[in-house]
Structures are given as structure tokens and as C-alpha cells.
Design a protein around this ligand. Structure first.
Ligand SMILES: Cc1ncc(C[n+]2csc(CCOP(=O)(O)OP(=O)(O)O)c2C)c(N)n1
Ligand SMILES: [Mg+2]
Length: 413
């Protein structure tokens, strides 16, 4: 029998990461799960009970040879796959440029999607354009799929005069109304219940609009996650709820956010079909999300997905992972690199080659540089210009509350 004091302190032992700096992480080699292991249930008839093995296993489409196999193969055309590859490459190159800007004082802060590029991109590509996106800071890639210009994204990150939210948000906390991309919130997890609420409203109005949201492994330990699942379970709205298990919540290992079962299995207790999917496998992610979209669009309710991946970079530009995890963990992640995997698959099919890949990389690099220079014409962090201080007081409240009005008068703006 464990004494009470040990019980209280034991989460720190139970939640310990597999290894620390200077050690080598053994993820157990290649995935044991193969694409043929888990069937694709009929979305029109599937119950939560039918997904028990999907919630504890791992859905994959791409095998270790880069071939697409099994019932979950979405059989996408090569043009669509190349488009997905281009979006992911653009996101990675864009992120690298933004980090350079941050390091040279042109941005105050940045967060990359490094290693997780497939998540927002494959999943958004599986949606319809009228669907609503409730992202965390790790899904800016959805905006590329929806067609937001890089200039507009960079202006937001700088907080210059062309920032569409006029410097009111932290960098990377994008808002983009035209793309139905809901404002990213700094307090983590709020987006989950908002997505469920909007999905309930869509169902009530009879609109064919599905909501999708993502939160991290660490964030799933918050009440917001459970509030959202409870309402999704009760009202069965058209919503896709993803837990992106990227192994880390800043310096806290994902082991501290679970009681030992997978994140996906938690959805079963809420009677929601739940899947665990290889988050570095573009095809598997696309396919599971399309399944959930079809089901939600047919009025059959929510789907819960654990996206199993690895945060390859630091949490943010303010983080130094070398103090809490081995430096080379990403290199031994069995899921590999999502961009390399899709590229290898396309080469395997005979629809792509290294030369085309290098040319595309060069093209995107030039586009990002041009966008960066264009955005800086509207001001950079080091030298401005910035939006005027008066914008602190506008476009938030329809009727300005008396205390805000008082502050404005005090500032003389
Ligand atoms: C309510 C709240 N608590 C704490 C924080 C500080 N914080 C920001 S991100 C983060 C870690 C989140 O990790 P995870 O949910 O796994 O997402 P990831 O960064 O891995 O994508 C924390 C603790 C916050 N922003 N909001
Ligand atoms: Mg995480």
C-alpha cells in the first residue's frame, strides 16, 4: 500500500520522461503497427465501441517502405499529394525564416510547427471550405491551405501597421476571418469548447459546417478538454476534436498528462468514436479526418482523434529543450519526418524526384524572402512604424465600457 505522501509526489516519478539530456531515448525502433492492422469502420454505422482497437492502436497508411497500404489509404491523386508536400515545405521554410527574424530582433517571439507540419495541413485539406478552424498555436499551417498570403501572416507576426489585429495579439496568435480561422488564444485549451459551441449552433441552424479543433497533450489535462468532450458527447454536434500528442508540453513529458491509457481512449468514456493516428503520416491523417468530416456532415456527431507525433523543435523561441531532453530525440522518432515521408512516397510512386524537390524548395525560399521584404515595408519590430496606441481602444467592444473610456481619456488618445 502506497502512503499518502508518496501518492501525492508520485506523479513526478510516474510522469518522468523516458530519458534526460546526455542519455539516448529508445522509442523501441520502427512502429510495430502496420497499415493493414486496423480496418476502416463505416462512418454511417460506427459506434464508439467499434473504435476500441483504433483508440489503443495506431492508424497508419504509409509503411516503412513508403508504400500506401490498408483500408485507410485515401487513394489521393498525385497532384493533391504534391500540393500537400508543397504546403508542408512552405510552412517549414516560412518558420525557419521567422525564427531568423526573431533572432535578429525583427520579431518579439515565435513558435514553429517543426516536425508537425502534416497535422494542420493534411487535416485542413480533408475539410470543406465552409468548415471552421479552431487552432492552437501549432496549426498556423491551416492558413496556407486556405490561401492566406505570407505577407499578411508576417505583418501579423511583426505587429506592424498592416497587422490585421493591429498588434493586439502575440506573434503566431493569428486571426483570419476570411479563412474561417478563429483567433488563437494564449490561455491554452479555450478553443475546444468554442468549437463544440459553434458546431452546436451550426447543427441548430441546419448549416453544413463542421468545426475542427486541436489542443496539445499537456493542454488535455485542463478542464476545458473535458467540458468540450462532455458537451460533444451529449449534444452530438458536427465537430472533430484532436489531441496532438507531440510528447512534450514545454518541459513536461506527456506521461504526466495521462493516467497510463492513450489520449484517444479517453474519448471512448464519452461515447465518441476515437482514433489514434500516426501524425507524421500525411495520408493517415487526411483519411481519418475525412472519415470524421463525412460522419459529422451526415449529422452523426463528433469524432475524437489523438494525433501521435513529436515536437521536433523547442516549444517556442523562449525555450531551450537541451536542458530537459536528449538533443537527438527527433532523429530516433519512429514516425520519422512528415515531409520526408510524403516525399519518399511520391518518389516511390514515380511521381516525384530529388531534382523537382530541390527546385520546389528553391522556389518557396524565394517566395518567403520576397514576402518578408514586402512585409517589412509596413514596419518591423526594431524600427516600426507600429499601429497607433489609439487602436488599443477600438474594434474590441461595440459599446466601449466606462472604465476603458476613462483609460483612453487618461492616455489622451
Ligand atoms: C491556461 C494556460 N496554462 C499555462 C499556459 C502556459 N503554456 C503555454 S503552452 C504550454 C504547454 C502546452 O503543451 P501542449 O498542450 O502539449 O502543446 P504543445 O506546445 O506541445 O503543442 C503551457 C504550459 C498557458 N498558456 N495557458
Ligand atoms: Mg505537447
Amino acid at each position: 500500500m502506497t502512503d499518502r505522501k508518496t501518492l501525492i509526489t508520485s506523479p513526478y516519478t510516474l510522469g518522468a520522461p523516458p530519458s534526460r539530456p546526455g542519455e539516448t531515448t529508445d522509442f523501441g525502433g520502427k512502429w510495430k503497427e502496420q497499415p493493414e492492422d486496423l480496418g476502416r469502420p463505416d462512418p454511417a454505422k460506427c459506434s464508439a465501441q467499434d473504435t476500441v482497437s483504433h483508440a489503443s492502436g495506431l492508424i497508419r497508411v504509409l509503411n516503412d517502405k513508403g508504400e500506401a497500404k490498408g483500408e485507410w489509404d485515401p487513394k489521393l491523386k498525385s497532384e493533391t499529394l504534391i500540393e500537400g508536400l508543397e504546403f508542408m515545405m512552405r510552412l517549414r521554410i516560412f518558420d525557419d525564416r521567422m525564427i531568423k527574424m526573431q533572432r535578429t530582433g525583427k520579431l518579439s517571439f515565435y513558435m514553429r510547427s517543426f516536425g508537425e507540419e502534416a497535422v494542420a495541413i493534411a487535416q485542413t485539406m480533408a475539410l470543406q471550405e465552409q468548415d471552421w478552424i479552431f487552432p492552437s498555436y501549432r496549426q498556423p499551417g491551416a492558413q496556407f491551405v486556405r490561401g492566406r498570403s505570407m505577407v499578411s501572416m508576417i505583418c501579423h507576426c511583426i505587429g506592424n501597421t498592416e497587422d490585421n489585429v493591429k498588434g493586439r495579439q502575440m506573434p503566431v496568435h493569428y486571426t483570419w476571418k476570411e479563412g474561417r480561422f478563429i483567433s488563437i488564444s494564449s490561455p491554452v485549451g479555450t478553443q475546444f469548447s468554442q468549437a463544440v459551441g459553434v458546431a452546436m449552433a451550426s447543427a441548430y441552424k441546419g448549416d453544413d459546417e463542421v468545426c475542427i479543433s486541436w489542443l496539445g497533450d499537456g493542454t488535455s489535462a485542463q478542464g476545458d478538454y473535458h467540458y468540450a468532450l462532455n458537451f460533444a458527447s451529449t449534444f452530438k454536434p458536427p465537430v472533430i476534436l484532436n489531441v496532438v500528442n507531440n510528447q512534450w508540453a514545454i518541459s513536461t513529458h506527456r506521461n504526466l498528462a495521462t493516467g497510463g491509457r492513450t489520449f484517444a481512449e479517453r474519448g471512448l468514456a464519452y461515447d465518441i468514436p476515437s482514433f489514434r493516428v500516426d501524425g507524421n503520416d500525411f495520408l493517415a491523417l487526411y483519411s481519418v479526418t475525412k472519415w470524421a468530416r463525412d460522419r459529422a456532415g451526415a449529422g452523426l456527431g463528433p469524432t475524437h482523434i489523438e494525433v501521435y507525433t513529436y515536437r521536433a523543435g523547442p516549444h517556442s523561441s523562449s525555450d531551450d529543450p537541451s536542458v530537459y531532453r536528449p538533443a537527438d530525440e527527433f532523429a530516433s522518432w519512429p514516425g520519422g519526418d512528415p515531409i520526408e515521408r510524403l516525399k519518399d512516397h511520391l518518389i516511390n510512386k514515380g511521381d516525384w524526384d530529388d531534382k523537382k524537390n530541390a527546385a520546389l524548395e528553391k522556389k518557396i525560399d524565394a517566395e518567403v524572402m520576397t514576402a518578408y521584404k514586402e512585409a517589412c515595408k509596413f514596419g518591423d519590430l526594431a524600427s516600426g512604424p507600429y499601429p497607433p496606441a489609439s487602436t488599443i481602444f477600438t474594434e474590441v467592444y461595440e459599446t466601449v465600457p466606462w472604465h476603458i473610456q476613462e483609460q483612453r481619456e487618461e492616455l489622451g488618445k
